[in-house]
Ligand binder design. Structure first.
Ligand code: GCO
Ligand code: MG
Length: 400
């Protein structure tokens, strides 16, 4: 097996639903033996494609597929400057594909290569939103009827849609919101939900870095009586030092990580036990190899996993999340996405969402494939995303 080498590395861009997805296919010297990996950085897909095709591919051709750790380390250091979202996503696409290949060669699912199952399926949370409390409640109850026991609740998307303060004249275009009005609306929402639902259902909320740090601390304290399963992204990564202040004042469980790119961001939060759930977007930190190490580090500090997994994680990325979920003792919860019919056409072998759980198939490797002809039917849109042009009520640019 050790003389099986990388023959080609290709990037497939596709958008079967509403998110631009980046998939890497690593083909080997063995006919028909290949692997797939997720490199999805949906806001910058073309930069990831170039990082793979123009730099990683020439570096990788002819190298042995079995040497995942050495290839990860040498891809990581090959650019000298490292640890950013574009290069990490590029590395992830190759890394996951190499794990897929190794599983196929071992005739084992990746979760078995990582230590075997700790559970039969991964409990999943879904996103309930609404224009008012009653509509949020309606969507929560709809998910409960489908068997979900963990539901993230937002009122009007990230930052809320409450009435804005009066802006100055001639403000710039953008997605406006009012942080203080949003912060006041969240306790009202959870008071309403708990009064109608009780406490058996696990409720979550994503601040999405939309508040000034001290207002996020005040919100977390106000939410304590509503016993959230976790409160996510209270601060932007640039304000990580506030986690210490929050932890000293509040017992609301905290989740953070989807915006993290490198160990300097997560290490203090883990080694000081300032968070309860780690939520990185695993392709953004470089794939399965670093994510498994991160899960193991978190286990030592009593921190559980809750890998990022909305619609702009590809089904291949969701499969990789799931193999980690199944084989990690300190699994917490998995963010879930209902794959559309088009996504399932493009990605045969999608994990199955049933009764609030995500189930893997028993196939070797990641257990998922990409149908390139189907993928070609759904070209990616181009250009920068609109929704990240967040502005507070007076027109100031805000972290999205
Ligand atoms: C989540 C995330 C997403 C991000 C999106 C950015 O908790 O799932 O906050 O909703 O906004 O992945 O592209
Ligand atoms: Mg989030």
């Amino acid at each position: 097996m050790s003389n099986i080498t990388i023959r080609d590395v290709r990037v497939i861009l596709t958008m079967p639903d509403t998110s631009r997805l980046v998939i890497v296919k690593v083909e080997t010297s063995e006919p028909e033996l290949y692997g797939v990996g997720c490199a999805t950085f949906t806001q910058r897909p073309l930069t990831v494609r170039s990082a793979v095709e123009d730099y990683l591919k020439p570096f990788l051709l002819g190298k042995e597929v079995m040497r995942i750790e050495d290839l990860w380390q040498t891809m990581y250091q090959n650019s000298y400057w490292r640890n950013g979202p574009t290069l990490n996503n590029a590395i992830s696409g190759v890394d996951m594909a190499l794990w897929d290949i190794k599983g196929k060669l071992a005739a084992m699912p990746v979760y078995d290569l990582l230590g075997g199952k700790c559970r039969e399926a991964a409990a999943v949370y879904r996103h309930a939103d609404g224009r008012d409390e009653a509509e949020v409640l309606e969507h929560v109850q709809a998910y409960m009827e489908q068997g979900y026991q963990h539901i993230r609740c937002q009122w009007g998307g990230y930052g809320g849609r409450a009435a804005l303060k009066v802006p100055p004249e001639q403000t710039l275009p953008g997605a406006y919101y009012d942080p203080e009005a949003y912060a006041r609306s969240v306790p009202r929402l959870f008071d309403y939900l708990r009064n109608h639902l009780g406490y058996a259902i696990e409720l979550l909320h994503d601040v999405h870095e939309r508040l000034p740090p001290i207002e996020a601390i005040r919100l977390a304290k106000k939410l304590e009586p509503y016993q959230l399963f976790f409160l996510e992204d209270p601060f932007p990564p640039e304000q990580n030092d506030y986690f210490a202040m929050l932890r000293q004042q509040c017992a609301t469980p905290i989740a953070m990580g989807e915006l993290f790119n490198n160990p300097h961001e997560w290490l203090p939060l883990i080694t000081n036990r300032w968070i309860d759930f780690i939520r990185v977007h695993i392709s953004q930190i470089g794939g399965l190899t670093p994510a498994k190490k991160l899960a193991t580090l978190c286990e030592a500090f009593g921190i559980r996993t809750a890998w990022h997994g909305p619609g702009d994680t590809s089904p291949v990325g969701h499969a990789a999340n799931l193999h980690l979920d199944l084989s990690s003792h300190n699994f917490g919860i998995q963010e879930g996405h209902a794959f559309s019919e088009q996504e399932r056409e493009v990605f045969p072998g999608c994990p199955e969402l049933r009764g609030g759980y995500l189930y893997a198939n028993q196939k070797p490797g990641l257990g998922i494939d990409i149908d390139e002809q189907q993928a070609a039917r759904y070209p990616c849109s181009d250009g920068p995303p609109e929704w990240t042009l967040a502005r507070t009520w007076d027109g100031t640019a805000a972290r999205p």
